[in-house]
Design a protein around this ligand. Structure first.
Ligand code: 2GW
Ligand code: MN
Length: 296
């Protein structure tokens, strides 16, 4: 289904003249391999949406809500309806072991939600391994025929402001809000050479957050497949990477560069105070009692 289309801008669409001299200078908005880094003020949301809307795209969003994490669904979905890919066809895929606890949410026109039952577990190692596997198999069985782009998101989060088609690309990753001011040797990458997620101290671009991966369905499919295989290879050698699939994701993205990078506006954490370069928080992890929510 991935149909790469020309960027056709509607005729007579009025928008501010782009400048080659004036723009944001407090942040870097392009990677050294020339992928855009998306910050408020670097794009025109009306123009971008007008380019993507006529393509009549369908966006898939996968979200896992296993055990007590079903409690996060209501706010996640309600706020997504307000801010996330508004005006686009949306298919939410909710994976849960508690289908009866999935709240009924009013969805806008062209937006659908399917609940897919999966086994429960309160071992993060299992859930983490399962996530990549379930994303992989659900893409094979269903999503591939139903959507053009996919986002895989953490459920313990809320949308707070516009997240639209400026985020679409072949392979999209987000910069983790905790490490963007750090040098690469301070990133919490997996540092043991015995792990397939290993990254040496003198390598690495950014520290990407595991709470969001996105892109063309086929590109995210390959990412999920590789991360799952490497995760399992490590497990076979009794190794668990420092931050589980987030570590494998970081390794994958170092050697398979994302085509678009989202700034930490797209992945903040409620406990973290806003910084001056972050003009708007679009998506943020809620504060949770780790011990309580992860227990049966
Ligand atoms: C169970 C035991 C320990 C940790 C998590 C869970 C658990 C996770 C669960 O009982 N039920 C469940 O649905 N999850 C799903 O996994 C849920 O979608 C959740 O948002 C996601 C990631 O777990 P979470 O949000 O507790 O982890 P964070 O916020 O510390 O996430 C970062 O680090 C993780 C790796 O350790 C992942 O890479 C994650 O994507 C990152 O955001
Ligand atoms: Mn989370």
């Amino acid at each position: 289904r991935s149909r790469i289309r020309n960027m056709v801008s509607p005729e007579k669409l009025l928008y501010k003249q782009p400048s080659v001299l004036v723009g944001r200078t407090d942040v870097v908005s392009v990677t050294p391999w020339l992928a855009p880094i998306i910050w408020e003020g670097t794009f025109d949301p009306v123009l971008v949406d007008n380019i993507y809307k006529p393509m009549n795209l369908t966006i898939a969003t996968t979200v896992f809500a296993i055990g007590k994490y079903v409690r996060f669904l209501q706010d996640f979905l309600d706020t997504a309806e307000k801010h996330f890919m508004v005006g686009f066809n949306m298919r939410y895929y909710v994976f849960t072991d508690r289908p009866h606890d999935v709240p009924s949410v009013n969805l806008s026109q062209g937006r659908h939600l399917s609940v897919i039952q999966v086994p429960g577990s309160n071992r993060w190692q299992e859930i983490s391994a399962q996530r990549m596997e379930i994303i992989q198999t659900t893409i094979e069985r269903q999503i591939r025929g139903e959507a053009d782009y996919i986002f895989c998101l953490d459920v313990d989060s809320k949308f707070h402001a516009h997240w639209g088609s400026e985020s679409l690309g072949r392979l999209v990753a987000v910069i983790h809000p905790g490490y963007y001011e750090q040098t690469r040797d301070r990133f919490p990458y997996e540092r043991r050479p015995a792990s397939t997620a290993y990254i040496p101290m003198d390598e690495g671009d950014y520290y990407y957050g595991g709470a969001m991966i996105g892109g063309f369905v086929e590109d995210v499919y390959t990412l999920a497949k590789v991360c799952r295989t490497q995760f399992e290879e490590d497990a076979g050698n009794s190794i668990e990477a420092a931050w589980q699939e987030e570590s494998h994701l970081n390794r994958y993205l170092l050697y398979n560069k994302p085509s678009k990078v989202l700034s930490p506006e797209y992945l903040w954490q409620d406990f973290k105070a806003k910084t001056k370069e972050v003009k708007v928080i679009r998506f943020s992890g809620v504060i949770k009692n780790y011990a309580e929510v992860r227990s049966n």
